[in-house]
Design a protein. Sequence first.
Length: 312
Amino acid sequence: MFHETWAHRPQRRRSTIVHSHHNGLKTAALLGLLTAMILAVGYWLGGSGGLVFAVVLSLALNAGSYFFSDKIALRSMRARPVSEAEFPALHQIVRELATEAGQPMPRLYVSPAMQPNAFATGRNPQHAAVAVTVGITQLLDRRELRGVIGHELSHVYNRDILISSVAAALAGIITMVAQLAIFLPFGGSDDEDGPNPASLLLMLILGPLAASVIQLAISRNREYQADASGATLTRDPLALASALEKIQYGAQRLPLPADGQLATSAHLMIANPLRGGGIASLFSTHPPMAERIKRLHQLAAITGTGPVQFQR
């Protein structure tokens, strides 16, 4: 058990409540937008019959986004549950931080990937999971790993993971609508049997772009927020800053393949697991690592915090 050296525990808990409240409102808004889009497309394509089908589809998508996003993310990294006997230090760190935050112990998973990375998933603290790669457990020391776990737990406590899942579903619907434009005549085409080429091009470009922008706006803000919240939880901003430097280097050396499942879950990782460059870099869901590290150093300077002191 560590000494209480952070002077603002009440402020931290009030801040977490505010963040989770705001993120809950964002989630509700995204779910509402997702439902409205599905209903509009259903009515547009099939009238009353299409609307009924759209209602059923929207309920299924909303339920899937809410209840099964954690399983999809864990499967994409081939993560498996681990016992305390296998990873005692990891279990101890997570238990200490969860107790400090007054939250239940999440499920713990380990991915066989050698790339150093970590992510959290789950719709709420009662149904949360934290996953780390084998690579990150070999690269970081205990203090740095503790900083990473604090970051990931903050995602859960701030309700960030649910927002990302809903945003991903929304992105999928926008993309689907854009793809449907290939088969639908609209926009005043001279050829009654085919679509308007200009409208088709607009849908094919703006659909995926709009989805990426939605996910980008949410992800960048949530990473900065989780860095700050996690550093506040651990009372050691410099530990997370040091960990991020190592993780960035390791992720660049060992990028993961951008297959379908992993690509849709990449935004959950503490660092971008995919190879950068090309058009994909325009839609990066992670803020610049240098800026994240800079903010953590500024936070450490303001709070005057250093490494956490443990009782022996």
